[in-house]
Write a protein that binds this ligand. Sequence first.
Ligand SMILES: Cc1cc2nc3c(=O)[nH]c(=O)nc-3n(C[C@H](O)[C@H](O)[C@H](O)COP(=O)(O)OP(=O)(O)OC[C@H]3O[C@@H](n4cnc5c(N)ncnc54)[C@H](O)[C@@H]3O)c2cc1C
Length: 398
Amino acid sequence: MKKVLIIGGGIIGQFSAYYLAKSGHQVTIVDDGPEMTPASEGNCGLVTPSHIIPLNSFSAIFQGIKWLGKKDAPLKIKPQLNRRFILWFINFMRYAQSGHVNKAIQARHEILQQSFKLYEAFFQEEPNSSEWKKDGLLYVAKSEKSLPSFDHEIELHKQFNMESKALNKDEVLALEPNLKEDIAGGVIMEMDGWLNPSQLLKDIRSANESNGVNYVKGRVVSFNKSNSGLVSVKTEEAEIEADEFVLAAGAVSPLLAKKLNIELPVIPGKGYNITTRNGQASPLNLPVYMIERKVVATPWNNGFRIGSTMEFAGYNLDLNQSRLDALKRAASEYLKIDIDEFEMEPWAGWRPMKDNGIPIIEKSKVKNLTIATGHSMVGLSMAPATGYIVNELISSSN
Ligand SMILES: Cc1cc2nc3c(=O)[nH]c(=O)nc-3n(C[C@H](O)[C@H](O)[C@H](O)COP(=O)(O)OP(=O)(O)OC[C@H]3O[C@@H](n4cnc5c(N)ncnc54)[C@H](O)[C@@H]3O)c2cc1C
């Protein structure tokens, strides 16, 4: 049994705690929330084994360049004179070559598959109200031109024994009658599921607390290191000792790792959402991805969320009104609703974007420090497998 301290109580830290505590370790999570809710709470709730292709692609980069200066573009890159940002972009482009992309696809597939199975087990074992559903993710196109770009993805899914299929307009409307009728067709990712991320964080915390996990509120500001590894971390109020440490602070992880001379190829990718305030019925049966707008709407029992766009603008959480308006506009274009009738809360948060689309889940050069971050746009989907691997790394180390 080891004393393990996890820095960060987002979904990655929480699932790491879950498997570590079940293996008999004495686990503490230190987190500085909740003044800024983490990505793990503000995400779109999609659990997507289908998302095997990383963002790295020359077309994504060219699209980003074309959109430079367009205030409400789905992808916005604010050029920055920052060493980590520049290196990250150079590597991001290097990893867009097909050999690297194929390696990322294989790695992502394995983590996503394993995670989906672990989610199923988690929801069977733990009493929960996370609204776990497995009816798939529906992609909807307004224009015929948008659909052929999915042929490659559907083919790839087949190679990995996953079901996704192209649908004509009537098939799309039969699945989701709350869409406007001027659509061209779509694709259903039958292997995907969704849940309510805020509720999941509560459920896993309560499972962790029953398994003896201790939660401490505090911002980690420095580390105390000896020749044999880390001894303790310091928050503004306390010093916490442990045998093993896990860095799972999401997009902030590189700033903390830097204090230990560890460079992590991770930068913040800001996403936005708007969510109904509690108690409003959802106008959707299943999550809908609006292809041309790159916006997704996720339904829950007591409301729905519309997200999310991608902005590379450093560590900045300002709410940009044109981007929030773009989310509302997308919903009005695709859904049979008057979005202005809903009372909606705006939010922004950082995804921990990794340069090659493969998360970092490994022991670092500091012997007793494990790093678990860089899950980019699929951290919720990859969280259980990440926690499982973190536990294996720590349980098998001397
Ligand atoms: C708008 C949006 C939509 C998304 N939609 C999806 C989706 O549908 N499906 C999916 O799979 N993924 C989605 N993602 C991605 C996913 O949310 C992230 O990859 C994932 O939440 C990352 O989890 P994390 O635990 O690494 O980081 P975080 O959730 O950011 O948690 C990190 C934690 O560390 C704490 N912390 C930071 N610094 C310190 C410090 N110094 N001391 C102590 N604690 C600290 C923070 O308070 C935070 O609680 C989305 C992300 C966004 C932004």
